[in-house]
Design a protein. Structure first.
Length: 763
């Protein structure tokens, strides 16, 4: 390092050395990606004690070929198959029938769940190992990955365990109603004795149809669990930063209520090809067999390890940091997070002092470099979000997909190119004023500072920035103090950044999609900042701004090319929302779509924005509507059982064929109770109000044919209006309806693909 960052007798040898270093770092990025690839599936001919994806696939073909929403006939068929398989394997099986509940803003959600609970007693138990997955699916798809693959893996795991003795009790929970607010898991921990007994939990999920099975969430005090995970699982994947990113998503799994009830546990999911998530394309045909294999191999290994462990040794009073380097799992205890963060700060400070002593920079120039380094990082994130806004504006169908696109590669590459542009423009502009060393050293202040911030608020994610900052600073010190080995020192220093940051950016792209591409862009920009010492030798001496200009043109071309070539077809369909709404009081019906720009097929049914003809309290947000013929469908019925002050007690039935009912209340509600024949009543409080509709709402999924009793607490005096909405899956029985073309599938909006028959009451 000198005033020009890399001192060499001639520029050409320095450029060649820097290019070689960048090639080595690129190879590290590639090797890391290859090491994190999906496992190869094991055939059915494998030894009996191994997990075989092919054997598990046979179960999927029996119960995961059609949607299985809570309360559906398909759900009943799947449950009966699973119970039969578990009993044939020698487990004790029961069906827990209960009301699950989930409160949220302005809403009380209930559902009649039927959890499958299978037990295998241990020989000398020190506790319970609970393996959990949900057998219900979203209404718009068969849910082969979410979450039938995990359920099939449970059956194959039981088979592979055979008659081998396990020390601890093994419990399999195949929950119901997860898609409607983790209703089954909530009912399990509230009413079932095993749900309150505690133990070690292994929960398996999916947010895509491909990719490795990632450990993305753990309970607190995970050090013992991580130690077991790293030792027992043959191909462990995931890292402790994923939990921090997961909290940014509006997602929830059965893991949440189970760990709140006292289970210590680990949560696994695969997340690639997430454009198929919650659609008809979450199918057996598109399921990556390697993902099923990885799910099952992980499940079987942990069932054996934890099943034979003294579970008291798994308990810990601290968390562990964990991540992979070239396929090897690295772990260290939480108490090391702060020392490493402070060591990184000290190393950056030491590099700054050493560079100043060599007269490579001055403290004022260093301050300018450090403070201004936030500009390219923030600009990269802003450009990524701006790119998404442009894409969604040009093609509104992308917004319907939530940024989870079928062909995201050119758009992701554009985000990367824009992040590189942000860093290069900042660097080239600044180096003229303060020299090249000040921005290169000053840039390390940000990952080091973020490491301290993470140590305080997200310790599991601190390694992502602390270790690159520490290693880059040490590499820089080596380059300053050992001039003969400067390029080797710089390359070694940047190696940790190359191993960690691009891999995490890819995971963020997969998990969050392009709608939140700014998070991945931030990581790419941080990575680019750590490569600044290699920039000086390889940048041209003349027309130097041609490099970022070329990168900017590349970014624009990638977006334009992606938009030009990305077309929806039968293999990669778009999404649309369409519902049928009939007002039984007015005897009128409408087609309704929540699409911002409905495709041609949907426009056959909707033609305008007039929502005045919709039932009271139905419209939510901007909608397209169109007239529809009246269908032969019974209306929901509300019968007043009593009213005392602000308490309204109702008998609720939905009518023939309806699976669920929604009550929209014209005034806010503060609580609701649901009760049914043979079901323990459940009461939940409600705070806040719903937006863009009537402020209070109650849902009951999987409604019994005989109905349920709903008690509402509605503050205020005078009559209250309630619109009851009976919901039936599918639109095929609506007169004049024709199925969507293969290049369209139903979107995930709550009433998509439903017949909604309404009636409004005043009590």
């Amino acid at each position: 390092m000198t005033g020009r960052l890399i001192e060499a007798p001639r520029r050409v040898p320095a450029a060649m050395a820097a290019m070689a270093a960048l090639f080595v770092l690129a190879a590290m990025v590639l090797v890391t990606a290859m090491a994190d690839s999906t496992m190869q599936p094991v055939p059915a001919s494998a030894p009996a004690g191994e997990f075989s994806a092919e054997r598990a696939l046979r179960h999927l073909e029996r119960f995961a070929t059609e949607p299985r929403p809570i309360g559906s006939p398909a759900g009943t068929r799947a449950r009966n198959y699973l119970i039969g398989q578990l009993r044939a394997a020698g487990l004790e099986v029961e069906t827990q029938r209960a009301i699950g509940a989930d409160p949220s803003t302005g809403l009380a959600a209930f559902g009649q769940v039927r959890n499958v609970v299978a037990t295998r007693p241990g020989t000398d138990p020190t506790g319970t190992v609970l393996i959990a997955a949900h057998y219900d699916s979203a209404a718009m798809g068969p849910g082969a990955s979410d979450d039938a693959a995990a359920v099939a893996a449970m059956l194959e795991t039981v088979r592979a365990l055979g008659n081998a003795a396990l020390r601890n009790d093994l419990v399999l929970l195949m929950s119901d109603g997860e898609e409607d607010g983790v209703l089954g898991a909530e009912a399990f921990v509230r009413e079932h004795p095993l749900g309150r007994a505690g133990g070690v939990l292994l929960n398996f999920e999916a947010r895509g149809v491909a990719g490795p099975s990632l450990l993305f969430e753990t309970s607190e005090g995970n050090a013992g669990l991580i130690r077991t995970f790293a030792r027992a699982v043959p191909h462990p994947r995931g890292d402790s930063s994923m939990g921090a990113f997961y909290r940014l998503l509006p997602n929830n799994t059965d893991f949440t209520p189970l760990t709140k009830a006292g289970f210590r546990g680990m949560n696994f999911a695969y997340i690639e090809n997430s454009s198929r998530y919650h659609t008809a394309q979450d199918s057996i045909e598109l399921l990556d067999r390697g993902s099923l294999q990885h799910h099952g191999s992980t499940m079987l290994a942990l069932a054996r390890a934890l099943g034979n462990a003294d579970l008291a040794t798994v308990k810990a009073d601290h968390d562990a940091t964990y991540f992979r380097i070239f396929g090897l799992m690295v772990t260290y205890p939480q108490w090391l997070v702060w020392p490493l963060a402070l060591l990184a700060v000290a190393a950056v400070a030491g590099l700054a002092l050493a560079a100043r002593r060599r007269r490579l920079l001055s403290l004022p120039r260093l301050a300018v470099g450090a403070v201004s380094a936030v500009v390219p990082v923030a600009l990269a994130a802003v450009l990524a979000q701006g790119q998404w806004q442009l894409m969604a504006g040009v093609r509104p169908a992308y917004d319907v997909m939530g940024g989870l696109l079928h062909r995201p590669e050119p758009f992701r590459a554009a985000v990367v190119a824009a992040a590189v542009v942000s860093v290069l423009v900042w660097y080239l502009a600044l180096r003229r004023a303060v020299g090249p060393a000040a921005p290169a050293v000053g840039a390390l202040v940000w990952p080091a500072g973020l490491g301290v911030l993470c140590a305080a608020y997200a310790p599991g994610a601190a390694f992502v920035v602390t270790l690159p900052a520490l290693m880059c600073a040490l590499g820089g010190l080596g380059a300053v103090l050992l001039p003969r080995g400067r390029m080797i020192a710089l390359t070694a220093g940047a190696s940790m950044s190359a191993i960690l940051l691009p891999a995490l950016a890819r995971t963020v792209f997969e998990g969050m999609g392009l709608a939140l591409g700014g998070a991945a862009a931030l990581l790419v920009a941080l990575f680019a900042l750590t490569l600044l010492p290699f920039a000086e030798p390889v940048l041209p001496e003349r027309r130097i701004f041609a490099v970022p200009a070329a990168a900017a043109v590349l970014s624009i071309a990638l977006v334009a090319g992606g938009l030009a070539t990305d077309r929806f077809d039968a293999a990669d369909p778009g999404r649309t929302h369409l519902a049928y709404v009939m007002d039984a009081d007015a005897k009128t019906a409408h087609w309704v779509s929540g699409d911002a720009d409905p495709p041609a097929w949907t426009r056959r049914y909707v033609s305008g924005r007039d929502t005045t003809g919709l039932p009271p309290g139905y419209a939510r947000g901007p909608l397209w509507t169109g007239p529809a013929p009246a269908a032969d469908a019974p209306a929901p019925a509300l019968t007043l059982l009593g009213r005392d002050g602000d308490t309204v007690r109702l008998r609720v039935t939905a009518g023939r064929g309806a699976r669920s009912i929604t009550l929209r209340v014209e005034r806010p509600i503060t609580g609701a109770t649901a009760a049914g024949p043979g079901l323990t009543p459940v009461t939940i409080p409600v705070t806040g109000t719903r937006v863009n509709t009537w402020p209070g709402e109650v849902r009951f999924r999987g409604l019994p044919a005989t109905g349920v009793e709903i008690t509402l607490r509605v503050p205020g005096t005078g009559k209250v209006r309630i619109t009851a909405i009976a919901e039936t899956d599918g639109l095929r029985t609506v007169p004049g309806f024709t199925a969507a073309p293969p290049e369209l599938v139903a979107s995930t909006r709550e009433d998509g693909g439903l017949m909604a028959v309404t009636r409004t009451y005043s009590f």
